[in-house]
Structures are given as structure tokens and as C-alpha cells.
Design a binder for this molecule. Sequence first.
Ligand code: LLP
Length: 425
Amino acid sequence: MSHFQYQNGVLHADSVALPAIAEQFGTPTYVYSKSALLENFSAYSDACRGRDALVCYAMKANSNLAILDLLARAGAGFDIVSGGELLRVIAAGGDPGKTIFSGVGKTVEEMQLALEKGILCFNVESIPELHRLNDVAGSMGKRAPVSLRVNPNVDAKTHPYIATGLKANKFGVAFDDALATYRTAASLPNLDVVGIDCHIGSQLLDDAPLLEALDKLIELIDTLALEGIHVHHLDIGGGLGVNYGAEGDKPPVPVGDYLGRLFARIDAWRAEKYEGKPVKVIFEPGRSIVADTGVLLTKIEYLKPGVEKNFAIVDAAMNDLMRPTLYQAWMGVQPVSPREGAKLTYDVVGPVCESGDWLARERELAVEPGDLLAIMTAGAYGMTMASNYNTRGRAAEVIVDGDRVHVIRQRENPADLFALESMLK
Ligand code: LLP
């Protein structure tokens, strides 16, 4: 059940009315629900109970320290893609020993930091990266735990910008090159081959491509075993989608169903080939943990009737929420206090000087200037992708815990934005 529901005609986050949040903290503001977050995480942890499994939350989806702290305390590990994200894990009290490092462009400094902090594994994406990691580990007198990100060439059937498992993508080692790449990894003195991983794309509503990718990884693990290369964990990546609520959208497969099918396959394979000896399983979910835990609360500044279109100009913009303009993503828009009266068709747009600055198109709304709107399902890839374009301070972030509201990021002031700049002497 959504944690954002109408009570007495007013949209609430759990038991807090959104207008009270707007009044106290201003707009635009990201509003999250703590109980929604913990419920989403539990869907994964419950399905993993009693197994050697680790849920490494992909923090690129939402990396606020408060969110990371809550997840760390619930038992999450983390999937990171930069040294900055590792420092966030540590700042939030997360465990580097439950952290995996993904990404195609790891720098020497990032590798040093990760080795120093003792991360669980590097998800390596190329042969040059293997050599660099081997050198860095050697120079520190350490051994680096590695997994190879294999590109299984599976069509994730999602938006081209967020499909990552096809041959044409920059990610991972091509399936046909994986064996040779593993041989290289195994031959390097300062690397320990510990795992295999993949990530085929994001916002997948069906688990068939994920299970197809699993089969490819299983095939490869068996081939590697014949060569004497034994991996201890299998990391299937993230990617499970959420329901953004567009008309005709099909609901995503429930987390428990997907994990049930995945574990059933893994168990059958281990029973057949490895006398039932289990393999550790790692997941890297991002969106399915945080997307429906948050909304972007915004206020209508002006209504502007047009010749071809009507515009509702709000105080949030593309710099606050990139997904609509970047992916033509459909995000739900709910009036916080719906009014009676005739609806008009509006494009919901921001104040940024770009025609691409829109949040929603062609929505039927009965609204007046000053009304609040909630952009729904905005907890993932919202704030983390925000920018300061047009010298706009980034939105505040608050989290609702029952009937209490905590500020987890203050609104940025213009002075914060140019604090790091300087003029010529
Ligand atoms: N693991 C790796 C290696 C990834 O690249 C990603 C996401 C994830 C895990 C988490 O995937 P998820 O469970 O969230 O689908 N900004 C885009 C999504 C980009 C996804 C990038 N990689 C959006 O707003 O739709």
C-alpha cells in the first residue's frame, strides 16, 4: 500500500499532511516515508532469510546519509560507483566490508581508498582495469577481491539510456570474452577472483530477462569451475522496476516472486552440479528500494493559458527532477488538495530557461495558482540527479517517521552555490 494517501481530501505522507510540510519547509521539497523505505528493504531481506545473500543497495538512486543510515541499520550492504559514494557509506555508518564497487572508470585514487577501507569486492569491467587494480593493490602490499561484470547480451526491454546488458553498451566484459578475462584475472598476483556479476538494465517490469541473465552466469560459473577458477558469489545486479502509474503500465513483478524464482533456479543448479553446496548471492537494487518512498512537493506559481497548450508553472524544475526530460519518463502528478471544478489539460513545467524543462505533459488538472502538487514516485534518481542549473539551490529533503518530520538535507542557498568559486586577483 502506498504511504502517500488522501486523508480528508488532503494528500499525506503517512500521517503528516503535505501542506504542513510545505508551510514549514517551503517548496520544492523531497518528502520521503521511513516506513515505506524499511518495507521495501524488507521485501528483499525477507526473501533472503536463512540464505547466504547480501542486498547491496545501489545508492546512486538516493544517497542521502539518513537513507543510507536507515538501510545500513536494517542490514543492507551498498553498491557504489565512486570514491565519493564510499565516503558516504562510511559517513552514514555503513560497512565497507559489505560494499561492492561497480563502474567502468575507477581511478587509481578510488582503488586506493577502497582497498584501504577494505571493501567486499571490486566489480571489474575490463582488462585494463584488472591490470590497474593489480598494480595498485601490489603497491599497497594488499590483495584485491574481484568479480568480473559480465555482459550477458540480454535485451532488458527498457529505455535505451538505462539498458546496460547489450553488446552495444559500454558496460561489462562481453560474454564471449569472459573466460579469457577470468584467466587473466586469475593469473595476476595481487588479485583474488571471488565472484561474478552482471547488471542488465533498470526499470525492468518483468523478471524473464533477469532469469535469462542468471542462466548465462550459471553457464559461465560451470565453465570456470572446469578451469579451476571457483567463484564464491554470484551478483545478479539490480534493475527491478516500479509502477510509475502511467495509464496502461503493467505492474512490476513483486520482489518476493522474482527472488523466489531466482533462488529456486540456483538451488536446483547447485543440487545438480555441486552436491547442494550453496553459493552466496548478491543483489544491487536501487529504484525498487526507494522510488515509491518519495514525492517531490512543489507549488504552482502561475497558470498560463496558451494557444496550443496550457501551462502550470511550478517552483520545481528539470534541475530538481531530470527524469522526465532526460528519459521522457512519465511521473504521476497529484494535486495535494484536489478541488472541485472543471479540469483543463496542462503541461507542468518549471522556471528554467529551456523548452525541455517539463515535469509532466498533458495532465487533466483542476488547479489554481498557489496550489501544491506532488510529483509521485520520485524517491529514486530524483535528488541524486539534481543540479544547480540557473543558479537554483537544490531542494530540501525531509523524511516522515509516523507523525514526525525530520529534515535530512537543508535547502541550498544561492551563497552555498558560489562558495567554491573565486575571481581573478
Ligand atoms: N547496479 C549497477 C551496476 C547499476 O548500474 C545500477 C543502475 C544499479 C545496480 C541499480 O539499478 P536499479 O535497481 O535502480 O534499476 N537514472 C535512471 C536509472 C539509471 C540506472 C543506472 N544504473 C533513471 O532515472 O531511470
